[in-house]
Design a protein around this ligand. Structure first.
Ligand code: 4NP
Length: 158
C-alpha cells in the first residue's frame, strides 16, 4: 500500500508528514507493509531540500527527514493507493488535475485522520517556530490514526 502526502511547496508540511509516517512505521516494524512519498501541487521547490525550519523542528521532535521536492503528476493517481492533501486548497488543486475524478475515492484530507478535529494543516511557511511545532503536533496525532486505520484495513483484507 502506497501513501502520498501532498502540500503546496513540498518543503514544509508534506515532507514532514512523510517523515513522521516512515518514522512510526519503523518503530512499529511495519516498514515492509507500507511505503510513502510526498509532493507539492506547485513547482516552486522541485529538486530542493525541505525548509531548514522544518528539518530543525523535526529533529527537535526526534524525526529525520530525507526528501527532495517534486511536483504532483497525474501518474501519481495510478501509482498511489491513498493521496492525502494537507489543506482544502491543495485538495481542490489535486481534484482539478486530469484523471483525478476517476481516482477521487483515493484522495482525502490529512486531518480526516485527526482525532482532535478536522480542517486544514495550516501552512507554516510565513510563520515562526511555534507554528512549525503546531504543524508537527497535528501531523503526529493524525499520522498515528492513519497508521492505525491502515493496519486495520490491511488485516481485514487478509
Ligand atoms: P508547504 O509550505 O506547502 O507546507 O511546503 C509552503 C512552502 C513554500 C511556499 C508556500 C508554502 N512558497 O510560497 O514558496
Amino acid at each position: 500500500m502506497k501513501i502520498l502526502f501532498v502540500c503546496l511547496g513540498n518543503i514544509c508540511r508534506s515532507p514532514l508528514a512523510e517523515a513522521i509516517f516512515k518514522h512510526k512505521l519503523q518503530n512499529k516494524n511495519l516498514a515492509q507493509s507500507f511505503s510513502a512519498d510526498s509532493c507539492g501541487t506547485a513547482n516552486y521547490h522541485v529538486g530542493g531540500t525541505p525548509d531548514p525550519r522544518t528539518i530543525r523542528n523535526a529533529r527537535k521532535n526526534g524525526v529525520g527527514i530525507n526528501h527532495l521536492g517534486r511536483q504532483l503528476s497525474p501518474n501519481d493517481f495510478e501509482n498511489f493507493d491513498l493521496i492525502l492533501a494537507m489543506d482544502g486548497s491543495n485538495l481542490q488543486n489535486i481534484l482539478r488535475l486530469p484523471g483525478a475524478y476517476l481516482q477521487a475515492h483515493k484522495i482525502k484530507l490529512m486531518r480526516d485522520y485527526d482525532p482532535d478535529g478536522r480542517g486544514d494543516v495550516p501552512d507554516p511557511y510565513y510563520g515562526t517556530e511555534p507554528d512549525f511545532q503546531a504543524v508537527f503536533e497535528i501531523l503526529d496525532r493524525s499520522v498515528d490514526q492513519l497508521v492505525t486505520s491502515l493496519v486495520k484495513q490491511k488485516s481485514n483484507e487478509t
